[in-house]
Design a binder for this molecule. Structure first.
Ligand SMILES: C[S@@+](CC[C@H](N)C(=O)[O-])C[C@H]1O[C@@H](n2cnc3c(N)ncnc32)[C@H](O)[C@@H]1O
Length: 391
């Protein structure tokens, strides 16, 4: 199911052309069209997958997001200013996986705001062909809302582009500080031993692309000797495309990450590149580079540089409206009853899901919500009205 074939494809590439960048290794391991970790199965998260996202906690995450999106739709639909009201609303989900989050959003819109549901033109953007093939089935009775299901963002979006855990899944360049300056970490083949499967090892060399060093310099980052880090040029390219696609509306990104000052500090001196398999995040002792093992059969991820996300979005004319922990975003969207308790259905399952989504120490503080606007001014957005904290 992808694992050994992806390893063989990587080994073939290295034998052919020499050591490859970690970004290229990740591209094959995760996104090889047939054998990549994401490409070869429609669903990788949840109880039977390798890790849980907020989507897997239950439909509540989509329900709360739907409230925020409905409010954003009202901002765009309202007459006023010099912008004409928008008749339709593009709801664009990137990293849509099998479409479950979109389904949860549309179910909630049907319950809470049918006029919003009627306005939605849904676009699901997903790299995995296996996941894209599931979109219509997952959407069920909402399939008629689906305007496009593609690997590419649509052009000329009037509405919202949102993504949960996209940027952390993009291929990164891995670097290390040396006495003579910045070096890049490449993936090479270990000398052939007894194992039949190829064994991959890290090897340092000069940076493959001057943009890597330029990017760190623009952040004022100089790595200490031996300090490891990652540079996510793919995330910057994705953002550039997303901000250019967004003609008017909002960009909502939810992911784990740190501000650059923290991400590139000696506190994260071994970098944040990790492999996730069967709900265990590696390294947790053992080999320092477990993400080199079994490519194609495990997720590989790194923490997002929140500062650079903001810089790119702002440079392309998007305004940063909020950056906060998921805890505060979702609590504000849930609202409070007279006793200060979240205004949610009273059933145990919903309450439990809410806890999973907001508890600090878990998804609540790990996941950061970034909200940007273009041509919308600074409207009141309920998700940003609570304690706007970033921990
Ligand atoms: C960590 S999963 C998150 C899935 C889902 N958003 C969730 O929260 O459960 C990352 C997803 O991003 C997809 N992906 C990676 N690169 C992409 C890109 N450039 N455009 C759209 N989807 C992409 C992967 O195929 C995978 O389904």
């Amino acid at each position: 199911m992808g694992g050994s074939e992806a390893a063989a494809a990587i080994a073939h590439r290295i034998r052919d052309r020499g050591p490859i960048t970690v970004a290229e290794f990740m591209s094959i391991a995760l996104y090889h069209p047939e054998h990549g970790y994401y490409a070869s199965r429609s669903k990788r998260t949840g109880r039977f997958g390798d890790f849980h996202t907020s989507v897997d906690a239950g439909p509540l995450f989509g329900r709360l997001l739907a409230r925020q999106f409905a409010e954003m739709w009202q901002v765009l639909a309202a007459p006023g200013g010099d912008m004409p009201p928008e008749p339709g609303f593009d709801l664009v989900e990137a990293a849509a996986a099998d479409g479950q989050l979109a389904r949860d959003v549309l179910d909630a819109a049907a319950d809470e705001s049918p006029a919003f549901l009627d306005a939605i033109r849904l676009h699901l953007v997903e790299a995995s062909p296996a996941a894209r093939a599931r979109h219509r089935d997952t959407l069920g009775s909402h399939a008629a809302c689906l305007t496009s299901s593609s690997a590419r963002l649509p052009d000329a979006v009037h509405g919202v582009i949102y993504a949960n855990e996209l940027l952390d899944a993009l291929p990164v360049h891995a670097v290390i500080g040396t006495p003579s300056g910045l070096a890049e970490r490449y993936v090479a083949l270990a000398p052939e031993g007894h194992s039949e499967a190829p064994v991959f090892v890290e090897q340092a060399g000069p940076p493959s692309n001057p943009a890597i060093g330029r990017h760190l310099a623009s952040l004022g980052v100089t790595l200490e000797t031996g300090q490891r880090a990652e540079v996510n040029l793919s995330a910057l390219a994705w953002l550039t495309r997303a901000c250019s696609s967004l003609h008017r509306g909002f960009l909502v990104l939810i992911d784990y990450g740190y501000q650059a000052g923290q991400l590139y500090s000696p506190a994260h001196g071994t970098g944040t590149l990790a492999a996730v398999a069967q709900h265990v995040t590696l390294p947790s002792g053992g080999r320092a580079t477990p993400w080199l093992d079994d490519p194609g059969s495990r997720d590989i991820t790194s923490h997002v540089d929140l500062t650079s996300v903001r810089h790119v979005a702002e440079a392309l004319g998007c305004e940063a409206l909020g950056l906060l922990d998921q805890t505060y975003f979702l609590m504000a969207l849930a609202g409070q009853d007279a006793d200060g308790a979240p205004r949610l259905p009273a059933d145990m399952k919903t309450r439990q899901t809410f806890k999973t989504l907001v508890l600090p120490g878990g998804l609540g503080s790990t996941m950061k919500v970034m909200v940007f606007g273009r041509q919308v001014g600074r409207p009141r957005l309920t998700g940003l009205t609570g304690a706007s904290r970033l921990t």
